[in-house]
Design a protein around this ligand. Structure first.
Ligand code: ADP
Length: 466
Protein backbone atom coordinates (compact mmCIF):
# COMPACT_ATOMS: atom_id res chain seq x y z
CA UNK A 1 0.00 0.00 0.00
CA UNK A 2 1.33 3.41 -1.05
CA UNK A 3 0.64 6.41 1.16
CA UNK A 4 1.53 10.02 0.49
CA UNK A 5 1.61 12.55 3.32
CA UNK A 6 0.98 16.14 2.25
CA UNK A 7 2.16 18.79 4.70
CA UNK A 8 3.43 22.36 5.04
CA UNK A 9 6.14 21.22 7.51
CA UNK A 10 8.46 18.25 7.81
CA UNK A 11 11.49 17.89 10.07
CA UNK A 12 14.37 18.40 9.29
CA UNK A 13 13.41 20.46 6.24
CA UNK A 14 11.15 23.09 7.75
CA UNK A 15 9.81 23.20 11.27
CA UNK A 16 7.63 25.66 13.16
CA UNK A 17 6.31 23.16 15.73
CA UNK A 18 5.00 19.67 16.34
CA UNK A 19 3.55 19.21 12.84
CA UNK A 20 7.08 19.02 11.45
CA UNK A 21 8.17 16.47 14.04
CA UNK A 22 5.19 14.25 13.28
CA UNK A 23 5.50 14.39 9.49
CA UNK A 24 9.25 13.86 9.76
CA UNK A 25 8.86 10.73 11.90
CA UNK A 26 5.53 8.99 11.25
CA UNK A 27 6.31 8.00 7.62
CA UNK A 28 9.68 6.62 8.69
CA UNK A 29 8.03 4.34 11.26
CA UNK A 30 5.24 3.43 8.83
CA UNK A 31 7.84 2.35 6.27
CA UNK A 32 9.03 -0.24 8.78
CA UNK A 33 5.55 -1.78 8.58
CA UNK A 34 3.97 -3.24 5.46
CA UNK A 35 3.26 0.09 3.72
CA UNK A 36 5.31 2.54 1.66
CA UNK A 37 5.12 6.19 2.66
CA UNK A 38 6.41 9.37 1.10
CA UNK A 39 6.01 13.05 1.91
CA UNK A 40 5.37 16.08 -0.28
CA UNK A 41 5.83 19.63 0.97
CA UNK A 42 6.51 23.14 -0.39
CA UNK A 43 10.00 24.00 -1.59
CA UNK A 44 11.05 26.82 0.78
CA UNK A 45 14.17 28.92 0.51
CA UNK A 46 15.93 27.63 3.62
CA UNK A 47 19.01 25.93 4.97
CA UNK A 48 17.84 22.49 3.88
CA UNK A 49 16.98 23.39 0.29
CA UNK A 50 20.17 25.42 -0.09
CA UNK A 51 22.38 22.58 1.13
CA UNK A 52 20.91 19.51 -0.55
CA UNK A 53 20.47 18.23 -4.09
CA UNK A 54 17.21 17.74 -5.91
CA UNK A 55 16.08 16.19 -9.13
CA UNK A 56 13.15 17.68 -11.04
CA UNK A 57 10.75 14.88 -11.87
CA UNK A 58 7.76 16.79 -13.22
CA UNK A 59 7.06 20.29 -14.55
CA UNK A 60 3.85 21.98 -15.60
CA UNK A 61 1.86 25.19 -15.31
CA UNK A 62 -0.93 25.56 -12.80
CA UNK A 63 -3.94 27.85 -12.92
CA UNK A 64 -4.78 29.94 -9.90
CA UNK A 65 -7.87 31.89 -10.91
CA UNK A 66 -6.85 33.97 -13.90
CA UNK A 67 -3.13 33.66 -13.21
CA UNK A 68 -0.77 30.91 -14.36
CA UNK A 69 2.30 29.74 -12.48
CA UNK A 70 5.02 27.42 -13.68
CA UNK A 71 5.85 24.77 -11.13
CA UNK A 72 8.02 21.73 -10.74
CA UNK A 73 8.03 18.67 -8.51
CA UNK A 74 11.45 17.97 -7.08
CA UNK A 75 12.73 14.91 -5.33
CA UNK A 76 15.53 15.03 -2.77
CA UNK A 77 18.37 12.76 -3.84
CA UNK A 78 21.24 12.84 -1.39
CA UNK A 79 19.60 12.33 1.94
CA UNK A 80 18.01 9.32 3.55
CA UNK A 81 15.24 10.32 5.92
CA UNK A 82 13.58 6.93 5.95
CA UNK A 83 11.01 8.00 3.34
CA UNK A 84 10.99 9.57 -0.11
CA UNK A 85 10.64 13.32 0.04
CA UNK A 86 9.07 15.39 -2.74
CA UNK A 87 8.71 19.14 -3.05
CA UNK A 88 6.40 21.48 -4.88
CA UNK A 89 8.33 24.43 -6.26
CA UNK A 90 6.08 27.27 -7.39
CA UNK A 91 8.93 29.69 -7.43
CA UNK A 92 7.07 32.97 -6.86
CA UNK A 93 4.89 31.52 -4.11
CA UNK A 94 6.70 28.78 -2.23
CA UNK A 95 10.38 29.72 -2.46
CA UNK A 96 10.45 32.10 0.53
CA UNK A 97 12.46 32.10 3.75
CA UNK A 98 9.38 31.75 5.96
CA UNK A 99 6.94 28.85 6.34
CA UNK A 100 3.92 30.96 7.30
CA UNK A 101 2.92 34.57 6.76
CA UNK A 102 -0.27 36.58 7.23
CA UNK A 103 -1.61 35.89 3.76
CA UNK A 104 -0.98 32.33 2.70
CA UNK A 105 -4.12 31.60 0.72
CA UNK A 106 -2.51 31.70 -2.73
CA UNK A 107 0.62 30.00 -1.49
CA UNK A 108 -1.01 26.93 0.01
CA UNK A 109 -3.63 26.71 -2.74
CA UNK A 110 -0.88 26.61 -5.35
CA UNK A 111 0.89 23.93 -3.28
CA UNK A 112 -2.27 21.82 -3.15
CA UNK A 113 -3.15 22.29 -6.83
CA UNK A 114 0.39 21.47 -7.99
CA UNK A 115 0.41 18.36 -5.80
CA UNK A 116 -2.88 17.14 -7.28
CA UNK A 117 -1.80 17.99 -10.86
CA UNK A 118 1.28 15.84 -10.31
CA UNK A 119 -0.59 12.95 -8.64
CA UNK A 120 -3.07 13.00 -11.52
CA UNK A 121 -0.22 12.57 -13.99
CA UNK A 122 1.14 9.46 -12.26
CA UNK A 123 0.57 6.04 -13.81
CA UNK A 124 0.53 4.49 -10.37
CA UNK A 125 -1.56 6.60 -8.02
CA UNK A 126 -1.19 6.47 -4.24
CA UNK A 127 -3.57 4.17 -2.37
CA UNK A 128 -4.18 6.71 0.41
CA UNK A 129 -3.73 10.48 0.54
CA UNK A 130 -3.01 11.71 4.06
CA UNK A 131 -3.33 15.48 4.54
CA UNK A 132 -2.23 17.45 7.58
CA UNK A 133 -3.94 20.58 8.99
CA UNK A 134 -5.65 23.36 7.07
CA UNK A 135 -2.77 24.09 4.67
CA UNK A 136 -3.72 20.92 2.80
CA UNK A 137 -7.40 20.90 3.76
CA UNK A 138 -8.84 21.67 0.32
CA UNK A 139 -7.31 18.54 -1.19
CA UNK A 140 -10.13 16.15 -0.19
CA UNK A 141 -12.62 18.70 -1.57
CA UNK A 142 -10.82 19.24 -4.89
CA UNK A 143 -10.35 15.49 -5.35
CA UNK A 144 -14.07 14.88 -5.12
CA UNK A 145 -15.55 18.12 -6.49
CA UNK A 146 -13.13 19.70 -9.01
CA UNK A 147 -13.81 18.21 -12.45
CA UNK A 148 -10.16 18.09 -13.46
CA UNK A 149 -9.33 15.72 -10.58
CA UNK A 150 -11.97 13.11 -11.44
CA UNK A 151 -9.13 10.59 -11.80
CA UNK A 152 -8.37 10.93 -8.08
CA UNK A 153 -11.96 10.81 -6.87
CA UNK A 154 -11.92 7.32 -5.42
CA UNK A 155 -8.64 7.51 -3.52
CA UNK A 156 -9.36 7.51 0.22
CA UNK A 157 -8.27 10.63 2.09
CA UNK A 158 -7.34 11.08 5.72
CA UNK A 159 -7.09 14.42 7.49
CA UNK A 160 -5.02 14.69 10.65
CA UNK A 161 -5.82 17.73 12.79
CA UNK A 162 -2.68 18.80 14.61
CA UNK A 163 -4.18 22.09 15.70
CA UNK A 164 -7.79 23.16 15.18
CA UNK A 165 -7.19 26.75 16.28
CA UNK A 166 -5.86 27.65 12.85
CA UNK A 167 -8.28 26.98 10.01
CA UNK A 168 -6.93 28.85 6.96
CA UNK A 169 -10.07 30.99 6.49
CA UNK A 170 -10.44 33.14 3.37
CA UNK A 171 -13.36 35.14 1.97
CA UNK A 172 -15.86 33.71 -0.49
CA UNK A 173 -14.88 36.13 -3.23
CA UNK A 174 -11.61 34.19 -3.56
CA UNK A 175 -13.50 31.03 -4.50
CA UNK A 176 -12.42 31.56 -8.13
CA UNK A 177 -8.91 30.40 -7.08
CA UNK A 178 -10.19 26.84 -6.64
CA UNK A 179 -10.26 24.74 -9.85
CA UNK A 180 -13.80 24.60 -11.32
CA UNK A 181 -16.00 22.37 -9.22
CA UNK A 182 -19.53 21.11 -8.89
CA UNK A 183 -21.22 24.36 -7.81
CA UNK A 184 -24.13 22.48 -6.25
CA UNK A 185 -21.70 21.47 -3.53
CA UNK A 186 -20.26 24.93 -2.79
CA UNK A 187 -21.62 24.57 0.74
CA UNK A 188 -18.83 22.11 1.51
CA UNK A 189 -16.42 25.06 1.42
CA UNK A 190 -18.36 27.22 3.83
CA UNK A 191 -18.25 27.46 7.58
CA UNK A 192 -19.41 30.64 9.30
CA UNK A 193 -19.75 32.56 6.01
CA UNK A 194 -16.16 32.09 5.05
CA UNK A 195 -14.25 29.50 3.10
CA UNK A 196 -12.79 27.37 5.85
CA UNK A 197 -10.23 24.81 4.58
CA UNK A 198 -10.09 22.90 7.87
CA UNK A 199 -13.88 22.61 8.08
CA UNK A 200 -13.98 21.58 4.41
CA UNK A 201 -11.45 18.83 5.06
CA UNK A 202 -13.46 17.58 8.05
CA UNK A 203 -16.51 17.37 5.78
CA UNK A 204 -14.78 15.80 2.77
CA UNK A 205 -12.03 13.50 4.10
CA UNK A 206 -12.93 9.83 4.48
CA UNK A 207 -11.46 9.77 7.98
CA UNK A 208 -10.38 12.47 10.42
CA UNK A 209 -7.81 11.89 13.12
CA UNK A 210 -6.63 14.12 15.91
CA UNK A 211 -3.28 13.76 17.59
CA UNK A 212 -4.59 12.44 20.90
CA UNK A 213 -7.83 10.81 22.10
CA UNK A 214 -8.44 13.49 24.76
CA UNK A 215 -8.08 16.28 22.17
CA UNK A 216 -10.68 14.55 20.00
CA UNK A 217 -13.15 14.71 22.87
CA UNK A 218 -12.23 18.29 23.83
CA UNK A 219 -12.75 19.49 20.26
CA UNK A 220 -16.43 18.67 20.52
CA UNK A 221 -16.61 21.36 23.24
CA UNK A 222 -13.91 23.78 22.14
CA UNK A 223 -12.68 23.87 18.55
CA UNK A 224 -12.61 27.54 17.60
CA UNK A 225 -16.05 27.34 16.02
CA UNK A 226 -15.92 23.79 14.64
CA UNK A 227 -17.49 22.07 17.68
CA UNK A 228 -20.84 21.18 16.10
CA UNK A 229 -19.18 20.04 12.87
CA UNK A 230 -16.87 17.70 14.75
CA UNK A 231 -19.74 16.33 16.83
CA UNK A 232 -21.74 15.80 13.65
CA UNK A 233 -18.86 14.00 11.92
CA UNK A 234 -17.79 12.07 15.02
CA UNK A 235 -18.40 8.68 13.38
CA UNK A 236 -15.43 9.15 11.09
CA UNK A 237 -13.20 10.78 13.72
CA UNK A 238 -10.63 9.04 15.89
CA UNK A 239 -7.85 10.21 18.22
CA UNK A 240 -4.44 8.59 17.73
CA UNK A 241 -1.72 9.69 20.11
CA UNK A 242 1.41 11.08 18.45
CA UNK A 243 4.69 9.39 19.14
CA UNK A 244 8.24 10.71 19.15
CA UNK A 245 11.18 9.69 17.02
CA UNK A 246 13.30 7.58 19.37
CA UNK A 247 16.31 7.66 17.08
CA UNK A 248 16.32 11.42 16.67
CA UNK A 249 15.61 11.98 20.38
CA UNK A 250 18.15 9.69 21.96
CA UNK A 251 20.26 10.82 24.92
CA UNK A 252 23.00 8.35 24.02
CA UNK A 253 23.54 9.64 20.48
CA UNK A 254 22.10 13.18 20.39
CA UNK A 255 24.86 15.29 18.82
CA UNK A 256 23.42 18.47 20.25
CA UNK A 257 24.12 17.55 23.85
CA UNK A 258 27.05 18.66 25.94
CA UNK A 259 27.32 15.14 27.28
CA UNK A 260 25.49 12.01 26.19
CA UNK A 261 24.04 9.72 28.83
CA UNK A 262 21.78 6.75 29.49
CA UNK A 263 19.81 5.47 32.48
CA UNK A 264 22.99 4.37 34.24
CA UNK A 265 24.85 7.62 33.73
CA UNK A 266 21.89 9.95 33.97
CA UNK A 267 22.97 11.83 37.09
CA UNK A 268 26.38 12.86 35.65
CA UNK A 269 24.98 13.29 32.14
CA UNK A 270 22.16 15.56 33.13
CA UNK A 271 24.44 17.49 35.45
CA UNK A 272 26.92 18.21 32.64
CA UNK A 273 24.14 19.55 30.43
CA UNK A 274 22.68 21.57 33.29
CA UNK A 275 26.12 22.96 34.02
CA UNK A 276 26.45 24.13 30.42
CA UNK A 277 23.03 25.81 30.56
CA UNK A 278 23.69 27.46 33.90
CA UNK A 279 27.04 28.83 32.72
CA UNK A 280 25.58 30.09 29.46
CA UNK A 281 22.55 31.69 31.10
CA UNK A 282 24.20 32.73 34.33
CA UNK A 283 22.06 30.59 36.60
CA UNK A 284 22.90 28.76 39.82
CA UNK A 285 23.60 25.05 39.18
CA UNK A 286 22.52 24.18 42.73
CA UNK A 287 18.94 25.27 42.31
CA UNK A 288 16.30 23.12 40.58
CA UNK A 289 15.99 24.32 37.01
CA UNK A 290 12.49 24.75 35.54
CA UNK A 291 12.34 25.32 31.78
CA UNK A 292 9.81 26.19 29.12
CA UNK A 293 10.27 25.55 25.39
CA UNK A 294 7.70 26.60 22.83
CA UNK A 295 5.58 29.14 21.09
CA UNK A 296 4.68 32.17 23.22
CA UNK A 297 0.95 32.14 22.56
CA UNK A 298 -2.23 31.98 24.65
CA UNK A 299 -2.65 28.26 23.89
CA UNK A 300 0.56 27.60 25.80
CA UNK A 301 -0.49 29.89 28.69
CA UNK A 302 2.28 32.32 27.72
CA UNK A 303 0.32 35.45 28.71
CA UNK A 304 0.59 34.26 32.34
CA UNK A 305 4.30 33.48 32.28
CA UNK A 306 5.56 36.82 33.61
CA UNK A 307 3.26 36.62 36.65
CA UNK A 308 3.89 32.90 37.17
CA UNK A 309 7.67 33.32 37.00
CA UNK A 310 7.74 36.39 39.26
CA UNK A 311 5.63 34.66 41.93
CA UNK A 312 7.44 31.32 41.68
CA UNK A 313 10.86 32.97 41.91
CA UNK A 314 9.91 34.98 45.00
CA UNK A 315 8.36 32.00 46.78
CA UNK A 316 10.90 29.30 45.87
CA UNK A 317 14.60 28.80 45.63
CA UNK A 318 14.57 27.83 41.96
CA UNK A 319 15.83 28.93 38.53
CA UNK A 320 13.75 29.38 35.40
CA UNK A 321 14.94 29.30 31.79
CA UNK A 322 12.68 29.99 28.81
CA UNK A 323 13.24 29.29 25.10
CA UNK A 324 10.56 30.57 22.76
CA UNK A 325 9.11 33.25 20.58
CA UNK A 326 5.69 34.44 19.56
CA UNK A 327 3.47 37.18 20.87
CA UNK A 328 5.53 40.39 20.91
CA UNK A 329 3.80 41.78 24.01
CA UNK A 330 4.66 38.59 25.95
CA UNK A 331 8.25 38.67 24.68
CA UNK A 332 8.58 42.29 25.91
CA UNK A 333 7.09 41.46 29.30
CA UNK A 334 9.48 38.52 29.73
CA UNK A 335 12.43 40.76 28.89
CA UNK A 336 11.44 43.01 31.79
CA UNK A 337 11.79 40.26 34.43
CA UNK A 338 14.80 41.31 36.40
CA UNK A 339 15.77 38.40 38.62
CA UNK A 340 19.15 36.69 38.84
CA UNK A 341 17.44 33.29 38.83
CA UNK A 342 15.64 33.88 35.53
CA UNK A 343 16.88 33.99 31.97
CA UNK A 344 15.60 33.42 28.47
CA UNK A 345 16.43 33.01 24.82
CA UNK A 346 13.82 34.65 22.63
CA UNK A 347 13.89 32.92 19.26
CA UNK A 348 14.02 29.46 17.75
CA UNK A 349 17.02 27.25 18.50
CA UNK A 350 16.83 23.50 17.91
CA UNK A 351 20.19 22.70 19.51
CA UNK A 352 19.42 24.68 22.63
CA UNK A 353 16.04 22.94 22.90
CA UNK A 354 17.80 19.56 23.01
CA UNK A 355 20.24 20.71 25.71
CA UNK A 356 17.37 22.10 27.76
CA UNK A 357 15.45 18.82 27.60
CA UNK A 358 18.62 17.15 28.85
CA UNK A 359 19.79 19.71 31.42
CA UNK A 360 16.59 20.98 33.04
CA UNK A 361 15.11 19.31 36.11
CA UNK A 362 11.50 20.16 35.20
CA UNK A 363 9.71 21.17 32.02
CA UNK A 364 6.77 23.54 32.42
CA UNK A 365 3.75 23.16 30.12
CA UNK A 366 0.83 25.14 31.52
CA UNK A 367 -1.11 24.82 28.24
CA UNK A 368 -4.73 25.84 27.76
CA UNK A 369 -4.87 23.88 24.50
CA UNK A 370 -2.49 21.01 23.77
CA UNK A 371 -3.62 18.74 20.92
CA UNK A 372 -0.92 16.22 21.79
CA UNK A 373 2.23 17.99 22.92
CA UNK A 374 5.55 16.48 22.06
CA UNK A 375 7.66 18.43 24.54
CA UNK A 376 6.45 16.40 27.52
CA UNK A 377 7.46 13.20 25.70
CA UNK A 378 10.91 14.56 24.82
CA UNK A 379 11.27 15.66 28.40
CA UNK A 380 10.44 12.17 29.73
CA UNK A 381 12.87 10.58 27.28
CA UNK A 382 15.59 12.94 28.54
CA UNK A 383 14.82 12.30 32.25
CA UNK A 384 13.23 15.70 32.90
CA UNK A 385 10.03 15.74 34.95
CA UNK A 386 7.11 17.43 33.16
CA UNK A 387 4.88 19.86 35.07
CA UNK A 388 1.73 20.05 32.96
CA UNK A 389 -1.90 21.12 32.87
CA UNK A 390 -4.44 18.31 32.56
CA UNK A 391 -5.48 19.04 29.00
CA UNK A 392 -5.47 17.27 25.61
CA UNK A 393 -2.49 15.03 25.00
CA UNK A 394 -0.95 16.05 28.32
CA UNK A 395 -3.87 14.36 30.07
CA UNK A 396 -3.28 11.24 27.95
CA UNK A 397 0.44 10.99 28.64
CA UNK A 398 1.30 12.29 32.12
CA UNK A 399 0.23 10.68 35.41
CA UNK A 400 0.59 12.73 38.59
CA UNK A 401 3.10 11.50 41.18
CA UNK A 402 0.34 11.33 43.80
CA UNK A 403 -1.33 8.51 41.84
CA UNK A 404 -0.37 4.89 41.39
CA UNK A 405 2.41 4.63 38.78
CA UNK A 406 2.61 8.42 38.65
CA UNK A 407 5.76 10.18 37.42
CA UNK A 408 4.92 13.80 36.57
CA UNK A 409 3.30 16.84 38.15
CA UNK A 410 -0.14 17.82 36.88
CA UNK A 411 -2.46 20.71 37.69
CA UNK A 412 -6.12 21.27 36.88
CA UNK A 413 -6.43 24.93 35.98
CA UNK A 414 -4.22 27.26 34.04
CA UNK A 415 -3.86 30.14 36.47
CA UNK A 416 -0.93 31.78 38.21
CA UNK A 417 -1.72 30.08 41.52
CA UNK A 418 -2.31 26.58 40.13
CA UNK A 419 0.98 26.65 38.23
CA UNK A 420 2.96 28.08 41.15
CA UNK A 421 1.37 25.48 43.47
CA UNK A 422 2.53 22.78 41.03
CA UNK A 423 6.03 24.29 41.11
CA UNK A 424 6.01 24.07 44.91
CA UNK A 425 5.06 20.36 44.68
CA UNK A 426 7.82 19.84 42.14
CA UNK A 427 10.33 21.50 44.41
CA UNK A 428 9.36 19.21 47.33
CA UNK A 429 9.76 16.21 45.01
CA UNK A 430 13.18 17.45 43.88
CA UNK A 431 14.36 17.71 47.50
CA UNK A 432 13.83 13.98 48.00
CA UNK A 433 16.97 13.17 46.06
CA UNK A 434 16.70 9.41 45.98
CA UNK A 435 13.06 9.30 44.95
CA UNK A 436 13.65 12.03 42.39
CA UNK A 437 16.52 10.18 40.73
CA UNK A 438 14.61 6.90 40.72
CA UNK A 439 11.76 8.67 38.98
CA UNK A 440 14.13 10.13 36.37
CA UNK A 441 15.28 6.62 35.52
CA UNK A 442 11.71 5.45 35.32
CA UNK A 443 10.53 8.19 32.96
CA UNK A 444 13.43 7.66 30.58
CA UNK A 445 12.04 4.20 29.95
CA UNK A 446 8.44 5.17 29.20
CA UNK A 447 7.84 4.26 25.56
CA UNK A 448 6.06 7.02 23.71
CA UNK A 449 7.81 6.19 20.46
CA UNK A 450 5.90 5.93 17.20
CA UNK A 451 5.94 2.12 17.27
CA UNK A 452 2.37 1.75 18.47
CA UNK A 453 0.77 4.82 16.89
CA UNK A 454 2.30 4.18 13.45
CA UNK A 455 0.56 0.81 13.34
CA UNK A 456 -2.72 2.38 14.52
CA UNK A 457 -2.58 4.62 11.44
CA UNK A 458 -1.76 1.70 9.17
CA UNK A 459 -4.72 -0.25 10.63
CA UNK A 460 -6.89 2.78 9.81
CA UNK A 461 -5.58 2.91 6.22
CA UNK A 462 -6.44 -0.75 5.82
CA UNK A 463 -10.05 -0.18 6.82
CA UNK A 464 -10.32 2.25 3.89
CA UNK A 465 -8.86 -0.08 1.29
CA UNK A 466 -11.02 -3.10 2.10
P1 ADP B 1 3.26 23.00 18.91
O1 ADP B 1 3.24 22.22 17.65
O2 ADP B 1 1.90 23.38 19.43
O3 ADP B 1 4.16 24.19 18.85
P2 ADP B 1 4.39 20.61 20.14
O4 ADP B 1 4.66 20.28 21.58
O5 ADP B 1 3.52 19.67 19.40
O6 ADP B 1 3.84 22.09 20.09
O7 ADP B 1 5.80 20.69 19.35
C1 ADP B 1 6.71 21.69 19.58
C2 ADP B 1 8.01 21.32 18.90
O8 ADP B 1 8.68 22.53 18.54
C3 ADP B 1 8.98 20.58 19.81
O9 ADP B 1 9.87 19.81 19.01
C4 ADP B 1 9.76 21.74 20.47
O10 ADP B 1 11.01 21.32 20.97
C5 ADP B 1 9.91 22.66 19.29
N1 ADP B 1 10.06 24.09 19.63
C6 ADP B 1 9.07 24.97 19.90
N2 ADP B 1 9.58 26.21 20.10
C7 ADP B 1 10.92 26.10 19.95
C8 ADP B 1 12.01 27.04 20.02
N3 ADP B 1 11.81 28.30 20.31
N4 ADP B 1 13.25 26.58 19.77
C9 ADP B 1 13.46 25.26 19.48
N5 ADP B 1 12.49 24.34 19.41
C10 ADP B 1 11.23 24.75 19.63
Amino acid sequence: MNIIHISAECYPVAKAGGLADVVGALPKYQNQLDVTCSVIMPFYNNHFTLNNSFETIFSDTLELGSESFDFSIKKSININLGFELFFVDVNELTYKKYIYSDNDTQRFLSFQIATLDWLLSLQEKPDIIHVHDHHTGLIPFMMTQSFKYDGLKYIPTILTIHNAQYQGWFPHHHVYLIPTFNIANIGLLDWGNQINPLATAIKCAWKVTTVSPAYMEELKQNANGLESLLSHESNKCVGILNGIDWNEWNTETDQNLEKNYNINSLVEGKKANKNWLCKKFNLDINKPLFAFIGRLVGEKGADLFTNIFRKALVENDISILLLGSGDKGTENELCKINNKNYNHYIGYNEKLAHIIYAGADFLLMPSRVEPCGLNQMYSLRYGTVPVVSKIGGLKDTIIDISLENGFGITHNNVSVSSVTDAIVRAKVFYNDNEKFNQNRKKIMQIDYSWNKSASDYVALYKTLKN
